[in-house]
Design a protein around this ligand. Structure first.
Ligand SMILES: [Zn+2]
Length: 281
C-alpha cells in the first residue's frame, strides 16, 4: 500500500513511497538505473522498498546526503546486498553514528539507522559503462551531492530542486550557498532532472533556472523592503503570509522567516556569473 506510484524514463525506474500520501513532502522516490540505486527511501517504508529493489540485481547504492528520507534504509540495503554504499565525505560521520530527528520527521519517515559508507569517487561507472559524476551542491545541506550523467544529459538532483519556488526554509539551510550551487549546476549540460520528491522533470534545466530566477527576484524584493526599514518578520508576513501549521509543529525549524532571513543574506552586488563554478571531472 505505501508504494504510491511507479516511474519509468528510458533506463531509469522509480518508485514513490510514503507513510502519508500528503504530497511531495511526505513521499519519496527511489530511483534505479540498471543495478545502481540512488538514495534509499525512508526507514518506515523498508518493506515496500525491499520489494522494489528485489525486482533487479543491486550492485551499488549512491546516497546524495544524510537526511533520513534519502539514507534511512542504507544499513538494511547494505546488509541485504553485501555492499558498502557510497556517500558524500561530509555525510559519512553522521551516517555512521546515526542522529536524532525532530518528532514531525520521525512521524513521516521513521528513524534512520546508522550505516557505514565509503566516500563517493570523482566518477562512478554504471552497469552500461557510462559515467556518473558526483557534484557537490551545498546549501540545502552541507553534504548534498547531486549526480550528473553527461552522456544521457540526466541530473539526479537530491534535494537541490524540489520546486520552482521555495515557500519555507529549514533553519540549517544556507540560502547564498544554495544559489551558488544552483548556479554551478546550471552550467552543466543536462535536460532531464530526477527529483526524489517532485518526480521526473523533463524540462529540468529550464525548471531549475526558473527556481534560480525566482529566488533571485525574491531576494531583490526582500532587500528593497529591508532598505525601507521593515523588519524580517514584517517582510515575511507581507510577502509570504503568516506561518503555517508545519512551522508551529516543527518549532520554527521550517519556516517562512528562515527563507526571508536567507534571502536577506544574498550578496546582490556579486554578478550572477561569478556563482557559476564548473565541477572538475
Ligand atoms: Zn534533504
Amino acid at each position: 500500500m505505501p508504494l504510491r506510484q511507479r516511474y519509468q524514463y528510458d533506463s531509469v525506474e522509480g518508485a514513490r513511497f510514503g507513510r502519508f500520501n500528503a504530497g511531495i513532502n511526505t513521499t519519496f522516490i527511489v530511483y534505479r538505473i540498471g543495478s545502481t540505486v540512488i538514495d534509499t527511501g525512508p526507514a518506515n517504508q523498508w518493506r515496500s522498498v525491499r520489494r522494489f529493489l528485489a525486482e533487479q540485481p543491486v550492485e551499488q547504492l549512491l546516497i546524495t546526503h544524510h537526511h533520513e528520507d534519502h539514507s534511512g534504509n542504507g544499513a538494511v540495503i547494505s546488509r541485504e546486498y553485501g555492499l558498502i554504499p557510497f556517500a558524500p565525505k561530509l555525510a559519512q560521520a553522521k551516517l555512521a553514528s546515526g542522529y536524532v530527528t525532530p518528532l514531525v520527521q520521525r512521524l513521516v519517515w521513521g528513524s534512520p539507522r546508522p550505516v557505514e559508507t565509503r566516500p563517493l569517487p570523482a566518477s562512478v561507472k554504471l552497469s552500461d559503462g557510462s559515467p556518473l559524476i558526483p557534484v557537490h551542491t551545498p546549501g540545502h545541506a552541507k553534504d548534498l551531492t547531486c549526480f550528473f550523467l553527461p552522456q544521457q544529459k540526466w541530473f539526479f538532483s537530491g534535494d537541490l530542486y524540489i520546486s520552482k519556488m521555495l515557500k519555507l526554509l529549514r533553519i540549517d539551510e544556507d540560502f547564498p550557498m544554495l544559489m551558488d550551487s544552483i548556479g554551478k549546476v546550471l552550467a552543466l549540460d543536462f535536460d532531464v532532472l530526477f527529483c526524489p520528491h517532485r518526480g521526473i522533470v523533463e524540462d529540468g534545466k529550464a525548471s531549475l533556472q526558473a527556481k534560480f530566477d525566482n529566488l533571485l527576484e525574491l531576494s531583490v524584493e526582500v532587500q528593497a523592503l529591508r532598505d525601507k526599514g521593515l523588519t524580517p518578520r514584517e517582510i515575511s508576513d507581507r510577502m509570504l503570509g503568516v506561518e503555517g501549521w508545519l512551522t508551529k509543529l516543527s518549532r520554527y525549524n521550517i519556516s517562512r522567516i528562515n527563507l526571508i532571513e536567507g534571502a536577506l543574506k544574498l550578496d546582490l552586488g556579486r554578478p550572477v556569473t561569478s556563482r557559476v563554478v564548473l565541477p572538475e571531472y
